[in-house]
Structures are given as structure tokens and as C-alpha cells.
Design a protein around this ligand. Structure first.
Ligand SMILES: [Zn+2]
Length: 395
């Protein structure tokens, strides 16, 4: 357990009271003690297994339910992608997404410090996750959503009874503004790339690496939006490397939707920083972040690990979502399907080899999205005709 923050770019260390950002403007990470031994808490479930690399010690109640998601060998997707595919199914979390990892660490820390209120800026998975964890812990919770949020999503968030506030204005600016207001009002905003949340989100990659020991996978592919999860993946690899516990470095590959791909654009252009874009519409709306707060860190993560950042269009995403359902039995969030489409592109470009062991991080469940289309060709038969119908189809 550690209590200081560190900037990857300047190598500066700060006390945790310094907040979320370095003086250089980059987000900070929690520092760790480089004496971690993967075998030490290996018999524990969930995030408790990684307590030596996390800023919290005590995980109980709902916070003990995060992590430990299945890693599934999906060999029927190998031909689709052009490499050997495993899927890390983050949709198995209590609120159906990887966000529960960060919310668990955030809420556990808030409880440990005796504070009473959390908040977040989100109209999707993170809002549901923070609201659920706050409800379970008996904390007050503020969820700031855009004024035009669809009613069905408001209903899912609302069931946990947080204080939902629709905010009219520049939703992008709200990210920083909320953290400043929270500091004044004693509300801990667990936004997408704050150090506590990123610490929790390291554990996706820690679990993936542990599952392949004594080796490591050749690549990990994940969607990138704010860059919080991507930077968590990089930090996980760096922590393991610092502790002598990383067998080899998997390539970190990130995927964006082509309609809104500031990180992929910066990667292609060879720049060190990510410039905001004017994002267009995409079916992968939950990763359409036009000005990602951890974009530069995601970019550095891809380059440091010999990985890549690519973008895929909506047709490729739709096709990948169908393949994940029909070839692997997985109902993933549309944004998560970008990983299969991205792996396919990376294999075609030679970044991934046919023998490579590649893990797609399916960040969220598709069961919260009403994207399924009814099979219009499904026959309707009287009970008496069932025998003949099945015989005609399966004989
Ligand atoms: Zn810095």
C-alpha cells in the first residue's frame, strides 16, 4: 500500500493531497513499493490478490466483488482476427463493466479515510458503477450527466438512487470542473482517469498476465476512450517489471472508433501529445471521447510496449460484434467489439503474427444496450408441426 503519487513524464513525486495532475499537466499514478510477489496473495479472490500494488487494503461488501473475471479461449475467432484470440470478459462484473474495478478501489479508499460522498461525470458504465458502489457502502453520490441523456440509461443509473444532475453546457469541461468543486465540498469525484480509479483498473492487466504465467500473452487489445484504462494497463506492466515479475512485455494495442479517434490520429502522425478532435457519430458512442484526459499516457503506453493505436469504422465494429456473438457466444458492448475489429487490422498489418496469443479486453456487457435485431426469418409453427420443422432443419 502506497500513499504517494508520481508523474511518468517528469519523474516527479507528490503527496496524494496534490490531486490528480502533475504541474506539467499530465495525470498522476499512485506509486508502488517494488517488492510485490505475485504468489503472496494468490489464493485470494478479486482485487484482494493485488493489494500490495493498490492504495487500499480492505475490500469488503460490493468492493470485494470486482475482478476475477473469466479469460476465455475463443478459438473460433482466430480465423476472423488472424491470430490466436482470448477474451477477457469484463461484462461479468456486478454492474456489467470493467469500471467496477476502479469504483471498488475508489470507494474502499473513501471508506478507509472516513469520507462520506463520491461523485462522477458519466452517462454510462461509470455512472452505474459508482452509483452502485456508493449505494452498497451507504455513501452519498452525485452523478453528473449531460442534459440530453437517453431515458433508458437514466433509468439504469437511477435504480441505485444517486443524486443525478443534468448539466447543460460543455460536458467535456465538466471533468476538471467537477474535481475542483468536489475538493471544496468534500465529494470525491471518481472520474475516469483519477489516480484511485486507474489504480483499480491496473488489475485487468495484472489478471491477464497472471493467467498466462510462466509466460505472458503477446498482446493485449483494449478500446481506448479517456485513456484511463489504457494507462492502467501500462502501469500494471511497469509495476510487474519493476518487481521482476513480468515474464515478457505484451504489446499494448488500443482501438478507437474512426469517427472519433484523437489517440489513433496522434499515433499515426507520430506526435507526443493528443490534439482534441471534432468527433462524429459512431455506434461505439461510449468510447467517443474527443479530448481524452489521459490520451498522451495511452499513446506513450502503446509506443513503450511496441504496440499500436488503430481505429475501425462502424461497419467493422458491427461485423465484429456479430462475430463475437456467433463465434464465441459473447454479448459484448458495441465499444468492446472494436477490439476484435482492431486485432484483425493489426494482424493484417503485421503488427500481430498468426501465432501470437492475443487477449481482447471486452470492457462491458452488451446486455445493457438494445442493439440486438430480431431474427425475422425465425419460423412460427403450430406445436403439431414442430417435429417436421426441426427434422427439416437438422436432419
Ligand atoms: Zn509531470
Amino acid at each position: 500500500v502506497t500513499d504517494s503519487l508520481w508523474c511518468y513524464r517528469c519523474d516527479e513525486t507528490y503527496p496524494r493531497s496534490a490531486g490528480a495532475r502533475c504541474d506539467c499537466g499530465e495525470p498522476l499514478w499512485f506509486d508502488v513499493d517494488p517488492t510485490y510477489d505475485p504468489a503472496r496473495h494468490a489464493d485470494e479472490s478479486g482485487l484482494g490478490r493485488y493489494r500490495d500494488l493498490l492504495p487500499v487494503d480492505e475490500l469488503r461488501g460490493l468492493t470485494s466483488a470486482a475482478g476475477g473475471t473469466p479469460l476465455i479461449r475463443t478459438d473460433r475467432l482466430d480465423d476472423v482476427a488472424g491470430c490466436r484470440i482470448w477474451v477477457k470478459d469484463e461484462g461479468e462484473h456486478p454492474t456489467g463493466s470493467f469500471k467496477d474495478r476502479g469504483s471498488a478501489v475508489g470507494v474502499a479508499d473513501v471508506l478507509a479515510r472516513g469520507r462520506t460522498a463520491v461523485g462522477t461525470v458519466s452517462h454510462g458504465n461509470m455512472a452505474m458503477s459508482v452509483a452502485a458502489h456508493a449505494a452498497a457502502a451507504g455513501l452519498d453520490c452525485a452523478v453528473l450527466v449531460p442534459a440530453d441523456i437517453p431515458p433508458e440509461r437514466l433509468a439504469i443509473i437511477g435504480q441505485y438512487d444517486p443524486e443525478i444532475i443534468r448539466v447543460d453546457g460543455d460536458y467535456g469541461r465538466l471533468y476538471e470542473v467537477s474535481i475542483r468543486i468536489g475538493e471544496r465540498l468534500d465529494i470525491d469525484f471518481l472520474n475516469s482517469d483519477v489516480p484511485l480509479r486507474v489504480a483499480g483498473q491496473k488489475t485487468t492487466t495484472l489478471e491477464v498476465v497472471d493467467a498466462f504465467r510462466p509466460d505472458a500473452p503477446d498482446a493485449i487489445v483494449m478500446p481506448v476512450s479517456s485513456g484511463g484504462h489504457a494507462s492502467g494497463a501500462w502501469k500494471a506492466l511497469r509495476d510487474l517489471r519493476a518487481c521482476g515479475a513480468l515474464p515478457s512485455t505484451p504489446k499494448l494495442c488500443f482501438v478507437q472508433a474512426a469517427a472519433c479517434d484523437p489517440v489513433a490520429t496522434a499515433f499515426r502522425d507520430g506526435t507526443e501529445t493528443v490534439s482534441p478532435v471534432t468527433g462524429g457519430e459512431t455506434i461505439a458512442y461510449s468510447i467517443a471521447n474527443a479530448d481524452p484526459p489521459s490520451g498522451a499516457r495511452a499513446l506513450a503506453a502503446a509506443r513503450d510496449t511496441d504496440g499500436a493505436v488503430v481505429s475501425v469504422d462502424d461497419d467493422e465494429i458491427r461485423e465484429a460484434r456479430t462475430r463475437l456473438a456467433r463465434g464465441a457466444g459473447l454479448c459484448v458492448e458495441t465499444a468492446s467489439a472494436t477490439t476484435l475489429a482492431g486485432a484483425r487490422r493489426l494482424a493484417a498489418a503485421g503488427v500481430l503474427a498468426p501465432d501470437d496469443r492475443v487477449v481482447l479486453v471486452a470492457t462491458g456487457s452488451g446486455f445493457k444496450e438494445s442493439t440486438a435485431t430480431a431474427d425475422a426469418a425465425a419460423p412460427s409453427v403450430p406445436l403439431a408441426g414442430l417435429d417436421a420443422t426441426l427434422a427439416a432443419r437438422f436432419a
